[in-house]
Design a binder for this molecule. Structure first.
Ligand code: MRU
Length: 350
């Protein structure tokens, strides 16, 4: 198995794979300061909910490292400021807020000198990363229980990139696909191109090619046709934030895929760690949806493709209602959306 780690701690700095350059260039960006980490998250050098959480964990440590005081109270006050800068980067993926609050909680609960707290924060960031890797592998393993028994091999459609690049290194939805492939049960992946940022075409397809997983990229408006033609046996997507009732926010276009899946009677699964569940939100209407710069829509490379005088709307995520979700594959087990609450872990967000 090829290993792809989007965030690496090496020689006292963070290395990020620049996901804005893939697939044409594989570039590593060095991050030494928390403001640069905030910028990298905002500009999507690092993206995907769990990877954003991992990056934010290290961002908190980098911020802590820069605080020049021996006074515990002053240190904690300044660490809150670092947390606030990191929180302002992207609003939808709850893993960002989850990781920041876990880092803050660790700092507040640590006794010892400021230097000792800093060391514990680095260990916690590394723990968040290691746990996510394990979590994704467990999600992959659990997914093998829900594969339809009447099909020897399956074609799975996914939307956006919920792969190694979007996590600590294995993937949620694409982690499921990796596991199904390793188990010899995968026929092919259909990767939605995923307008406007093309994470499916650029990142999911790149990951599949690295591992020689057969992948067909389709433009988003071809998905219904592929379902109608019987090309898709199952759909697996990731999530950026799941409400307590199982409504799931994911990359814009996911909701449409779920509606089409219902129409064609195709199982639609969300694969996500429990750190992506926001148990404080009763339902998906309460999930904040990021709106990004309209240039993502009207510009391809340097070329403007829309005429002057049109208005734009560029929401980055949508919410798939729980009633369209066959099951949520977590690190513990696969549950119906309504049963999610029974899995609330001690370290959940809220
Ligand atoms: O805007 P992005 O690229 O950060 O959005 C990513 C997604 O929507 C992913 O599907 C989601 O974060 C799950 S990643 C395991």
């Amino acid at each position: 198995m090829t290993t792809i780690y989007p965030v690496v701690w090496s020689n006292n700095k963070v290395l990020l794979i620049d996901q804005t350059c893939l697939p044409s260039q594989y570039t590593l960006v060095e991050i030494n300061r928390y403001e640069d980490m905030a910028k990298a998250i905002k500009t999507m050098i690092v993206r995907g909910a769990p990877a954003i959480g991992v990056a934010a964990g290290y961002g908190m440590y980098l911020g802590a490292r820069e605080i020049n005081t021996k006074e515990r109270e002053t240190f904690l006050k300044k660490l809150e400021e670092v947390a606030e800068i990191l929180r302002q980067t992207r609003p939808t993926a709850v893993n960002l807020f989850w990781a920041i609050s876990r880092m803050l909680k660790t700092a507040y609960e640590s006794i010892g000198t400021v230097e000792e707290i800093k060391n514990i924060l680095l260990e916690t960031a590394q723990k968040i990363q290691a746990e996510d890797l394990q979590t994704c592998q467990d999600i992959g393993k659990n997914s093998l229980q829900i594969l339809p028994s009447n099909l020897e091999k399956l074609s799975i459609l996914t939307h956006c990139n919920a792969g190694a690049l979007a996590t600590a290194g294995y993937g949620t939805a694409l982690g499921v696909i990796r596991s199904v492939w390793a188990a010899g049960r995968l026929k092919r992946v259909y990767a939605d191109e995923t307008r406007p940022r093309l994470q499916g075409a650029k990142l999911t397809a790149w990951e599949c090619v690295q591992e020689k997983i057969p992948v067909t990229v389709i433009s988003d408006n071809m998905a219904a046709h592929c379902m109608q033609k019987g090309l898709i046996d199952m759909i697996v997507v990731g999530a950026d934030r799941i409400a307590a009732n199982g409504d799931a926010a994911n990359k814009i276009g996911t909701y449409g895929v779920a509606v089409m899946a219902k129409m064609h009677d195709i199982p639609f699964y969300v694969a996500a760690p429990l750190s992506t569940v926001d148990f404080s939100l009763e339902n998906g209407d309460l999930i904040p949806i990021e709106e990004r710069d309209p240039s993502e829509l009207y510009q391809i490379g340097d070329t403007v493709i829309y005429p002057d005088g049109v208005d734009y709307y560029n929401p980055a995520f949508d919410v798939t209602p729980a009633k369209l979700i066959t099951g949520i594959i977590t690190e513990q087990k696969t549950v119906k959306p309504g049963e999610l609450i029974s899995l609330k872990p001690e370290l959940s967000y809220h």
